[in-house]
Write a protein that binds this ligand. Structure first.
Ligand code: 5AD
Ligand code: SF4
Length: 457
C-alpha cells in the first residue's frame, strides 16, 4: 500500500504545478470525506488548491442530490461560475451525487459545465482534467462494486484540526423507497479494516482528537463475509488511543445490534451519541417507505439504547408528507417523538426524487402546504424536546473537547460533550483541542452554557 505523507505531497506539488483548483462541497459528511480524497488525488497529480475561486483555473463542486432544493441551490451557485467564465478561461466540474444522478444530461442542462464525475470515479480526475484542459467535455459516472479508495490518504479540509471523518464503507443497498442514494452512490461495500486503522493512526499522529467513522449504514459494515462486523471494528478503533474520541454515523434501526450498543457502553472514548433515523412514526408509512421495520421495532431499539447506555443522546431524521401520509400517520410521528424524547432531529419535507421506487410507484400526493405545516409542527415539538433535554443537563459536569472560539466573543470557547451537545464557556487558559471539564449553568434549545471546572489532559 502506498501512502504519501503530507511532506511528500508538498514536494510533488512544487515539482510541476499543473493548475489551481477551487473546490466547494455540499451535502453530507460523506461528501466532505470524498472532497478530502479529491484534494489528495489532485495534489498528488500536481494541482494546487485555492480557497478563493477568483484565483482558480478549475472550479469543482461536490454535489448533493438528496432533495430537490439541494440541487436547486447548486444550480444557483453555478450562475456565479458561469458569469466568471465569461471573462476568463475557467473549467467547471460537477462531482458527486448530482453528477451521478444526471450524468451526460448535466452537460446539456448547464452549458457552463465541462466535467461530470461520479463518486466512484475520482481516481480518474487527473486524466479527465487533462481532457477538459484540451477543450473537451468529459464525463465519468461509472459506479464500482469494489472502489473504497483504500490506499489514499485524504487531505483534511476542516480547519480546526480537532475532528476527522473517516469513511468505513461506501454505497447503500437498503433501497428505501424515497431515497436517491443507492442510485448515486451504488452498491454497499466495506473498506479494508487495515486501511481504516492506518488512516486513523495517521490522523491521530497529525493531532486529531476525535474520529468520526462514516458510512450510509455503518451497522452493515462487514469485512469479508463476517470476518469483522461493525462492533468489532469500533472496538479496534476505540483501542487505538483512549485519549481520542470515536463517533460514528449513520446507524440503521433494522441493523443496529445490541453488540454495537455494548461496545459503545464498554469504552469511555466511544461517544454516547447515536443518530438513528426513523423517518416516520407510522408503521403504515414505514412499510410504504420500505424501511424494513415497524414503529414497535424502532421503539424496541430505543429501549435497548436506554437500557445498555443510560447516558446516550439520540437524534433522528424525519420526513413529512411522504406519499399518502394522513393526519393519523403524522400524529403517530408526533407521539413517537414525544415518547423517544429525541435530543435532536433533522426534519425534511418529502421531495420526490426521479427514478426512485416511490417516484415510479407511489404518488407524491400530499399538498405542499400540508407537508410544510406538518414540518413546522414537528420542528416546534423538537425545539421543545431539545430544550427539555438540555435543561436536564443543567448542573451536570461534562468532558468537553474544544473545537473553536465562539463567533460572538473571542473570550468564549465552544466544544462538544460526548452526547454531541454544543457547550459554550469562558476561555481562561484553555485551547482548541483540549479536553476540559465544564459545569453546565444554563441552556437554550440549541446549546449548553457553562463554566470551566478543571482541565484534564
Ligand atoms: N425527501 C426528503 N428527505 C429525504 N431524505 C432522504 N431522501 C429524502 C427525500 N426524497 C432524508 C432522510 C434521510 C436524510 C439523510 O435525508 O431523512 O435520513
Ligand atoms: Fe450525501 Fe446523500 Fe447528499 Fe449524496 S445524496 S451527498 S450521499 S446526503
Amino acid at each position: 500500500m502506498t501512502v504519501f505523507s503530507r511532506e511528500q505531497k508538498q514536494h510533488k506539488k512544487n515539482e510541476d504545478l499543473k493548475g489551481i483548483f477551487y473546490l466547494e462541497t455540499y451535502g453530507c459528511q460523506m461528501n466532505v470525506a470524498d472532497s478530502e480524497l479529491v484534494v489528495s488525488i489532485l495534489n498528488d497529480d500536481g494541482y494546487q488548491q485555492t480557497f478563493d475561486y477568483k484565483q482558480a483555473e478549475i472550479v469543482l463542486i461536490n454535489t448533493c442530490a438528496i432533495r430537490d432544493n439541494a440541487e436547486q441551490r447548486i444550480r444557483n451557485r453555478l450562475h456565479v461560475f458561469t458569469h466568471e467564465k465569461k471573462h476568463k478561461n475557467l473549467k467547471v466540474g460537477i462531482l458527486g451525487c448530482m453528477a451521478e444522478r444526471l450524468k451526460e444530461k448535466l452537460l446539456d442542462e448547464e452549458k457552463s459545465v465541462d466535467l461530470v464525475v461520479g463518486p466512484d470515479a475520482y481516481r480518474r480526475l487527473p486524466q479527465l482534467l487533462t481532457e477538459v484542459k484540451s477543450g473537451k467535455k468529459s464525463v465519468d459516472v461509472a459506479l464500482s462494486k469494489s472502489e473504497t479508495y483504500d490506499d489514499l490518504l485524504p487531505n483534511r479540509l476542516d480547519n480546526n484540526g480537532v475532528s476527522a471523518f473517516v469513511s468505513i464503507m461506501r454505497g447503500c443497498d437498503n433501497m428505501c423507497a424515497f431515497c436517491v442514494v443507492p442510485f448515486t452512490r451504488g452498491r454497499e461495500r466495506s473498506r479494508d479494516p487495515e486501511s481504516i486503522l492506518n488512516e486513523i493512526k495517521q490522523a491521530i499522529n497529525d493531532g486529531y482528537k476525535e474520529i468520526t467513522v462514516i458510512g450510509q449504514n455503518v451497522d452493515k459494515y462487514n469485512w469479508k463475509n463476517g470476518k469483522m462486523n461493525f462492533a468489532q471494528l469500533l472496538e479496534k478503533i476505540a483501542l487505538l488511543d483512549n485519549a481520542v474520541r470515536v463517533r460514528f454515523s449513520t446507524s440503521y434501526p433494522q441493523d443496529m445490534t445490541d453488540e454495537v450498543l455494548h461496545t459503545i457502553a464498554k469504552y469511555p472514548n466511544i461517544c454516547k451519541y447515536i443518530h438513528l433515523p426513523v423517518q416516520s412514526g407510522s408503521t403504515r408509512m414505514l412499510g410504504l417507505m420500505k424501511r424494513g421495520y415497524t414503529r414497535e421495532w424502532y421503539m424496541d431499539r430505543i429501549k435497548s439504547i436506554r437500557a445498555i447506555i443510560p447516558d446516550c443522546a439520540i437524534s433522528t431524521d424525519m420526513i413529512t408528507g411522504f406519499s399518502s401520509e394522513m393526519d393519523a400517520d403524522h400524529q403517530e410521528t408526533v407521539s413517537l417523538m414525544k415518547w423517544a424524547k429525541f435530543d435532536y432531529s433533522y426534519m425534511f419535507k418529502y421531495s420526490e426524487r426521479p427514478n426512485t421506487f416511490a417516484h415510479r410507484n407511489l404518488p407524491d400526493d400530499v399538498p405542499d402546504e400540508t407537508k410544510g405545516a406538518r414540518l413546522q409542527e414537528i420542528i416546534e415539538i423538537q425545539s421543545q424536546l431539545s430544550l427539555e433535554s438540555n435543561q436536564r443537563d443543567v448542573g451536570k459536569v461534562f468532558e468537553v473537547l474544544i473545537e473553536g472560539v465562539s463567533k460572538r466573543s473571542a473570550e468564549r470557547l465552544y466544544g462538544r460533550n460526548s452526547q454531541n451537545k454544543v457547550v459554550i464557556f469562558d476561555r481562561h487558559n484553555a485551547a482548541v483541542g483540549d479536553y476540559v471539564q465544564v459545569k453546565v449553568l444554563d441552556c437554550t434549545s440549541a446549546t449548553l452554557r457553562g463554566t470551566l471546572v478543571t482541565q484534564s489532559a
